[in-house]
Design a protein around this ligand. Structure first.
Ligand SMILES: NC(=O)c1ccc[n+]([C@@H]2O[C@H](COP(=O)([O-])OP(=O)(O)OC[C@H]3O[C@@H](n4cnc5c(N)ncnc54)[C@H](OP(=O)(O)O)[C@@H]3O)[C@@H](O)[C@H]2O)c1
Length: 279
């Protein structure tokens, strides 16, 4: 008997992840995993979907704990991953009271290292021809880093995963030292985390393309969710459409796709200008 085919979404108890699971339940034929770091919130999300006669499977997964990642990997080891959507993420808004070094540590830990560690752990179970979608942001565009030297390092095709991890850790250390980062990394840990996610996406694409596995990252738009305290210009349901397309029928791999479905050059001009009309 061939192994059961599954789709996995991280951070799916609410917001964009929840909306993606909801759509996957009606469009994908295999088993859909709704994962969440908090068991109660995950089970509540499952109950909510039951009301629409949708039945994803719940499993607890906190991407910032290797133990949680390993538990999940053990759970799916006899299954085949056809779709993996790395959605879990956090953002400290500008008025956050937490110290900057804590914000940097947590943001890079969850948004970058969590995504990378989870993905690397489950890659052995991803089916040839599988699809990996990393939920990035407009903040993940390379132009958001002030330093040309850093931009060159991040976008180098020779950058190994170990070097990328070291680069990301060096940012956290720089924040902890209290370095002036205005002309180098800039003032947003979220930007650094998502630039890291994009660099990882392209690294993974290069490594997995021989297996026909597509790896793309997407800016989902300004999504109305708890992350933005309910502000935004697109509902999670509408924002889920482009990530869903990349999970079901991608038109390529190694792409950074904007919320309107257009692949954008990562090292080109900021698409917020020429697509969203922001000056
Ligand atoms: N909203 C936007 O405008 C926007 C724009 C661009 C990109 N994005 C990206 O879209 C993704 C989804 O964001 P959203 O707007 O839907 O935000 P959200 O409503 O705050 O949802 C974030 C999800 O991630 C989960 N999460 C946080 N830390 C986690 C961890 N360590 N392990 C597992 N799950 C964790 C949260 O769980 P809890 O409920 O337990 O906290 C929640 O389920 C994020 O990657 C975000 O960066 C959002």
């Amino acid at each position: 008997m061939s192994p059961q085919k599954v789709a996995i979404v991280t951070g799916a108890n609410k917001g964009l992840g929840f909306a993606i699971v909801k759509k996957l339940c009606s469009k994908y034929e295999g088993l859909v995993y709704l994962t969440a770091r908090n068991e109660n919130r995950g089970v509540q999300a499952i109950e909510e979907l039951k009301k629409s006669n949708l039945h994803p499977t719940f499993h607890k997964l906190d991407v910032s704990y290797q133990r949680s990642i390993s538990d999940f990997a053990e759970h799916i080891r006899n299954k085949q991953i056809e779709i993996l959507i790395n959605n879990a993420g956090i953002l400290f808004l500008k008025d956050a009271k937490e110290p900057l070094c804590y914000q940097a540590e947590q943001t890079i830990l969850i948004n970058f290292f969590g995504l990378v560690n989870f993905c690397e752990t489950v890659i052995p179970y991803v089916k040839n021809g599988g699809k990996i979608v990393n939920i990035s942001s407009s903040s993940g565009h390379l132009s958001r880093l002030p330093s040309e030297e850093l931009r060159n390092k991040f976008s180098s095709e020779d950058l190994t995963l170990d070097e990328l991890k070291e680069l990301m850790q060096s940012y956290v250390e720089a924040v902890k030292r209290g370095d002036d980062l205005k002309d180098t990394w800039g003032d947003s840990s979220y930007v650094v985390s998502k630039v890291g996610v994009n660099a990882y996406t392209f690294n993974l694409h290069r490594r997995l393309s021989p297996k026909g596995i597509t790896v793309n990252c997407v800016h989902p738009g300004y999504v109305i969710s708890d992350m933005t305290r309910g502000v935004g210009n697109v509902t999670p349901e509408d924002a889920a459409e482009v990530p869903l397309k990349l999970a079901l029928q991608p038109e390529g791999s190694g792409l950074f796709v904007w919320h309107n479905g257009t692949p954008v050059p990562w090292d080109g001009p900021d698409p917020r200008g020429y697509i969203d009309g922001k000056s």
